[in-house]
Design a protein around this ligand. Structure first.
Ligand code: KIV
Ligand code: ZN
Length: 553
């Protein structure tokens, strides 16, 4: 890398717009959506979709609710042309869906594009030519005037062929490709030249699409460019102003959001942001960003996993684990403090104490998009006691007392660390059982009986101590006190019960109960134990033995 990158690169010159209005606005309605998955997305695939994959993705896009779908570049190949024809001839396009097709401003290509649309109910003919200084210089070797002439010529070719599409409702779209790298003055000039030919009106608008073909600056610069165009272009009311961003600087969504604030009406993008290089605008993220602000995106994303599955199968791409909303790990929390906060937030939400969603770390309720709470917490070596406790409770109904969480959390973390991977709830439960419930050395319970007389309880227990039977008797004001006394009688260092709680592990008469007991020794040392039995008294006795056994290691 260069020590001084300014020798090779320079900052993008911003538009002068000191009285910009967009920073003061908020997004309060969904834009008009156009999916370009089957064109921009498809052309960026190492192996483009075949016709049946395109058909399946088309149907999914329709189901989501897209009313404008760019289905391809019909003049580019026979496959693209054939796909268009199948959609039209097999009546696969719902009445309210516009088939959008892309074409360059060239006569032969425009001819073929018109052929592909014959019989369509509704069509958007999208013409583009590139306008930035680099494109003018490097690709075309043409002046601004000559570039403008290409656009005007193409616009006329399209206008003159419109009568061929009898019975088709047509909208026209023009893109000065590489708009964001074009001088705004020239972008306005060329767009107005095309408008001059197509003569849009407020009743019969045309779409002016202003692409961020390659992101060259921060999103605020794109927003300024859009606001500048909205304010300066002639006959703005005859335009549907459209955005088409790519993601080269990783700000495609941000640029689109700011572009909408700046006055745009419509957006083009793809599911999960598939597209050239770093991708197109991710429509799912934009839609759900609106949703999490309480604005209906007017798209149905309630089963995001299914949409993702179709997308991955058809395109051969995969959605990264950290992709907003859709990624595998989006509703997982690895840090203990996050897990704890989520647990509390979800509990508050389920108690119905809040009218509006406000759960820490979860921007939306995963259930709204068909994802599950179960995915929220997983345990790895970074998880704190809260995450461990949440998993045991949510999956197995094991409600560890707070203080016991503090003891078991680090034990579980060390075990997970040794494994070097995440663990499932079942594995975590096995760790808990191994640490507490299944401890049987040196003492194992054979039998326990307690009887109460005159307010005093006497107990008799038979234990196996290192495999040898040991009878133990004691008395106290309850069975546990009697057991503690009994241990004292046979020379075990004195201890007392510092904490006790229990609950059932399921429902029904035969359900097991779990008891948690914390023992405290004279030096102040404390340890927890846990015992499980269908008899609650025996569960408690087992919990005492669990703690005692743990004290011997
Ligand atoms: O990125 C782009 O500029 C395009 C145009 C054809 C709209 O895809
Ligand atoms: Zn594009």
């Amino acid at each position: 890398m260069l020590k001084d990158p300014s020798q090779k690169y320079r900052p993008f010159p911003p538009v002068s717009l000191p009285d910009r209005q967009w920073p003061e606005r908020i997004l309060s309605a969904a834009p008009r959506w156009c999916s370009v998955d089957l064109r921009d997305g498809n052309q960026a695939l190492a192996v483009p979709m075949n016709v049946s994959q395109k058909l399946e993705l088309f149907q999914t896009l329709v189901k989501i609710g897209f009313k404008e779908i760019e289905v391809g570049f019909p003049s580019a190949s026979n496959t693209e042309f054939a796909f268009n024809r199948r959609l039209v001839e097999e009546g696969r396009v719902p009445e309210d869906v516009w088939l959008q097709v892309l074409v360059q401003a060239r006569e032969d290509l425009i001819e073929r594009t018109f052929d592909s649309l014959v019989g369509a109910k509704r069509a958007i003919i999208h013409m583009y030519n590139s306008t930035s200084p680099a494109q003018r210089r490097v690709v075309f070797g043409k002046s601004k005037e000559e570039i403008k002439a290409i656009a005007v010529h193409g616009a006329k070719l399209i206008r003159d062929r419109l009568p061929r599409l009898q019975g088709t409702e047509v909208q026209l779209e023009y893109s000065p490709e590489s708009f964001s790298a074009t001088e705004v003055g020239f972008a306005k000039e060329i767009s107005e030249a095309v408008m001059e030919v197509w003569q849009p009106t407020a009743e019969r608008k045309m779409i002016l699409n202003l692409p961020d073909t390659v992101e060259v600056a921060t999103p605020n610069v794109y927003a300024d460019q859009i606001e500048w165009m909205c304010r300066n272009i002639k006959n703005r009311e005859a335009l549907i102003l459209s955005l088409h961003t790519h993601n080269d600087r990783s700000t495609g969504v941000a640029a689109t959001e700011l572009g909408l604030l700046a006055g745009a009406d419509r957006v083009e993008g793809t599911l999960f942001g598939n597209g050239e290089r770093t991708g197109n605008l991710d429509l799912v993220t934009l839609a759900l960003n609106l949703y999490m602000q309480g604005v209906s995106p007017q798209l149905e994303l309630g089963n995001l996993n299914a949409i993702r599955e179709v997308y991955e199968r058809c395109t051969g791409m995969s959605v990264p684990p950290r992709q907003p909303y859709a990624g595998e790990l989006v509703f997982s929390a690895f840090s203990g403090s996050h897990q704890d906060a989520i647990k509390k937030g979800l509990a508050e939400w389920s108690r119905g104490q809040r009218t509006h969603w406000d759960v820490p770390y979860l921007t939306i309720d995963p259930a709204d998009i068909g994802r599950e709470y179960r995915e929220v917490i997983r345990v790895n070596s970074q998880s704190g006691k809260g995450g461990v406790a949440y998993l045991l409770e949510s999956e197995f109904g094991i409600e560890l007392p707070k203080d016991m969480q503090r003891e078991f959390g680090p034990i579980a973390n060390d075990a997970v660390d040794r494994l070097g991977r995440e663990v499932s709830g079942a594995e975590l439960k096995a760790m808990f059982w191994g640490e507490y419930v299944e401890r049987s050395a040196p003492w194992r319970l054979e039998s326990f009986e307690a009887e109460s007389k005159n307010g005093m309880v006497r107990c008799h227990a038979v234990l196996l101590q290192d495999g040898q039977p040991l009878a133990l008797a004691g008395e106290g004001n309850g069975p546990l006190a009697a057991l503690v006394h009994g241990f004292g009688q046979c020379g075990v260092p004195r201890f007392e019960i510092a904490n006790y709680s229990q609950h059932s592990l399921g429902s029904g008469e035969a359900a097991a109960a779990i008891a948690y007991i914390q023992l405290k020794w004279s030096g102040g040392r404390t340890l927890w134990g846990a015992g499980v039995d269908t008899n609650i008294e025996l569960a408690s006795v087992r919990a005492v033995l669990s703690a005692l056994n743990r004290s011997c290691v």
